[in-house]
Design a protein around this ligand. Structure first.
Ligand code: NAD
Length: 496
């Protein structure tokens, strides 16, 4: 059936939700028997019950992952054999794309057209990319003297705990699973309690593809329960975490209090977007910043939420951005043409509206939006919002994680760079200038893991993703992600 003819409301009504964990190769009952309601942000209604996993469930999942790792049922298979299974896994994700897209949209509120065209294919591509890579990476021989041979090899690390957020549940899971599984590790995945459904289906699809039992387990539940138990576990070798700075800090504490497991944090952002007067197409620039800011309801770690504009062009630029905002008005996420959906839950709605109120209270000028929307639906929708702000205001400094952009005027290049770098975050940044020296100069001066020049949309599995400063450590995507999930072993041999 083609996408145009699908009635997503009918499909949603026919869904049955299985919220039980996947441990040791099958769906099992949560050991405590406790459950929680999985609420859809589209209408505030329950989609079904999900197991509220506790430390005992995490123990069982880690034990199964450890047993699988230790007997080598996956770790010691030749890379080409792991590749075959993971390519099949990627194919099965694509074969289930309508079901996965529907679950993603119902669970976290993003428009169905994007779940279908972005999230599901990106997750499949990520798994396939690491599968394809793993039998093409060679290890090293050190340039030692003639009587010795030093082999430097990557080995899988063991049991990886993956703890992921709700904004791109499938993609964030895939960014951990792809490199960790391809390298031969076992994984215990703890999805966000706000969006657990697609992770559970992923585990079933992986089993169907031939991934051996115990290699990939999923424990749904709350952060302070299942998440904490996983991060404190003495038999987990590394944590791949994506989420907030607040919880990233805890990950480091948990490692310190337990077995010093490696911690890789992919955290938040307040990405700066610098617009210089020598850029010759302000309209495209305004369209890009609006598109990137309001995509995924503004719930993107790399959303360009701090827009710095040179004062001579600021009025014109702000008018252009204001004209874009109405194109992103929230609508029913299950309708195929919708471009902005619902915020993930009522708590996030309150947080975002709280920031909007603080912006108004601190004297920021509302240029667009600033209101809740579609309240009759019972769901959690906010209009795309643009403020003209001052750099010290809360809305201009803190990550809001909603559709709220702050535009700030600057005088000259030195001030723009200083403002951009005056942030605890350093995930991404963007510089807009038609002057090649300025573009390079500013790109070099910006303290961010990724700098875009005259665009913001380019993205690919081939490039690393991660931040400077408190935006995290280590990198997802690209071959660099293997660094997180492998140990380097040196073996010295004497040659007589
Ligand atoms: P969060 O930190 O609240 O939660 C993330 C995950 O951690 C969830 O699974 C949650 O259950 C778990 N968790 C919460 N408390 C825990 C605890 N005490 N112990 C163990 N686990 C715990 O973040 P969120 O609200 O789900 O996601 C939004 C954040 O994620 C934003 O800051 C965003 O910028 C960031 N993010 C970063 C990237 C990146 O690649 N840098 C990508 C996406 C999202």
């Amino acid at each position: 059936m083609s996408k145009q003819t699908i009635n997503w409301h009918e499909r949603a009504a026919a869904l049955t939700i299985d919220g039980r964990p996947v441990i040791a190769g099958r769906r099992v009952e949560g050991l405590s028997g406790e459950q929680f309601d999985c609420i859809s942000p589209i209408n505030g209604k329950s989609l079904g019950q999900v197991s509220r996993c506790q430390a005992a469930d995490v123990d069982a999942a880690v034990a199964s992952a450890r047993a699988a790792f230790d007997d080598g049922r996956w770790a010691r298979r030749p890379p080409a054999a792991r590749k075959r299974v993971l390519l099949k896994f990627a194919d099965l994700i694509m074969a289930a794309k309508e079901e996965l897209a529907l679950l993603e949209t119902l669970d976290m509120g993003k428009p169905i057209q994007y779940s279908l065209a972005v999230d599901v294919p990106a997750a499949a591509r990520c798994i396939a990319w690491y599968a394809e890579a793993v039998d093409k990476i060679y290890d090293e021989i050190a340039p030692t003297g003639p009587n010795a041979l030093a082999l430097i090899q990557r080995e899988p690390m063991g049991v990886i705990g993956a703890i992921v957020p709700w904004n791109y549940p499938l993609i964030m899971s895939a960014w951990k699973l792809g490199p960790a599984l391809a390298a031969g590790n076992s994984v215990v995945l703890k999805p966000s309690e706000k969006s657990p459904l697609t992770a559970l289906r992923l585990a079933e699809l992986a089993l169907q593809a031939g991934l051996p039992e115990g290699v990939f387990n999923v424990v749904p539940g709350f952060g302070h329960e299942a998440g904490e138990a996983l991060a404190l576990h003495m038999d987990v070798d590394a944590i791949g975490f994506t989420g907030s700075i607040r919880v990233g800090r805890k990950m480091l504490e948990y490692a310190g209090r337990s077995n010093l497991k490696r911690v890789y944090n992919e955290l938040g952002g307040k990405s700066a977007f610098l617009v210089f007067p020598d850029f010759d197409d302000l309209k495209r620039c305004a369209q890009t910043v609006a598109g990137s800011m309001f995509f995924n309801q503004g719930e993107s770690c790399n959303a360009p939420s701090r827009v710095l504009v040179q004062q001579d062009i600021a009025d014109e630029f702000i008018a252009l951005v204001a004209a874009e905002a109405p194109n992103y008005r929230p609508a029913d996420p299950l309708e195929p043409g919708t471009v902005m959906g619902a915020l993930v839950d009522e708590g996030q709605l309150r947080t975002v509206m709280g920031y909007i109120e603080s912006g108004v209270a601190e004297g920021a000028r509302v240029v667009a939006g600033a209101k809740q929307s579609r309240t009759d639906s019972g769901g959690f929708f906010v209009e795309p919002t643009v403020f003209e702000a001052q750099p010290q205001m809360k809305i201009a400094r803190e990550e809001i994680f909603g559709p709220v952009m702050s535009v700030i005027r600057f005088k000259d290049e030195a001030e723009a760079v200083a403002l951009a770098n005056d942030s605890p975050y350093g995930l991404q940044a963007s510089v807009w200038s038609s002057h090649i020296d300025r573009a390079h100069r500013v790109a070099k001066a910006l303290r961010a893991g990724t700098v875009h020049v005259n665009q913001y949309d380019e993205d690919d599995m081939t490039v690393p993703f991660g931040g400077y400063k408190q935006s995290g450590n280590g990198r997802d995507k690209s071959l660099h992600a293997f660094d997180k999930y492998t140990e380097l072993k040196t073996t010295w041999l004497r040659i007589n």
